[in-house]
Design a protein around this ligand. Structure first.
Ligand SMILES: CC(C)(COP(=O)(O)OP(=O)(O)OC[C@H]1O[C@@H](n2cnc3c(N)ncnc32)[C@H](O)[C@@H]1OP(=O)(O)O)[C@@H](O)C(=O)NCCC(=O)NCCS
Length: 168
């Protein structure tokens, strides 16, 4: 049996993170996904990984054996440049994806749990994300304690959700 490990992101993992960002942005099973490189150059996606390694960036990669199968990462944004799930400058925004052939086996849940534990340990008050309201990931987010900050689907079929951590 191959081992499953969850380890911190290194700079060698960046191409995989880009592939996972693409999977998260184009999660629907359609044939009309744009080419990966063009899609990731769009400013609204580039903001999630460009200049990776700045203060507040943190990520985990799940591997089966030596093969990456999923990733979760968080990034702090500013009012003037941020992702879809932005709440404020002190709230990191979380992104997650698992390779198609490995979904539904618990890997995403493990990655989420590990990242939430890390954020709690470092004293983060809350973490946010953005999810389209027809994405099945929504039920996973609810299960680990994310709640919508406003009416589901209030913004073009997407919701910003927040997971708050009880003070220490
Ligand atoms: C969302 C995602 C990271 C979850 O990872 P996973 O390893 O499939 O998740 P787990 O096996 O731990 O848990 C399964 C949960 O994820 C949800 N899920 C979302 N997409 C799924 C898929 N393609 N296959 C199976 N489950 C999926 C299920 O609804 C399930 O929730 P439930 O148990 O409450 O019904 C993964 O399915 C994925 O990469 N999806 C495409 C990218 C994406 O949508 N990212 C999030 C953007 S906001």
């Amino acid at each position: 049996m191959r081992s499953l490990s969850i380890l911190p992101v290194t700079t060698d993992d960046l191409p995989f993170l880009h592939a996972m960002l693409y999977e998260a942005a184009f999660w629907r099973r359609t044939d009309d996904r744009p080419p990966l490189s063009a899609a990731l150059r769009a400013p609204e996606l580039a903001v999630y990984l460009d200049g990776w390694g700045r203060s507040g960036d943190a990520g985990l990669v799940a591997r089966m054996g030596d093969r990456p199968v999923g990733a979760v990462w968080v990034r702090r944004f500013r009012d003037d440049a941020h992702g879809y799930g932005y709440v404020d400058e002190s709230t990191p925004e979380l992104s997650i994806a698992v390779t198609r052939e490995h979904r539904g086996c618990g890997i995403g849940g493990c990655l989420l749990a590990a990242m939430l534990a890390l954020l709690r340990l470092e004293g983060t008050a809350q973490v946010s994300l953005s999810v389209e309201t027809d994405n099945p990931a929504l039920s996973l987010y609810r299960r680990v304690g994310f709640t919508p900050v406003s009416d589901l689907g209030a913004t073009e079929g997407a919701a910003t959700m927040v997971r708050r951590f009880a003070p220490g």
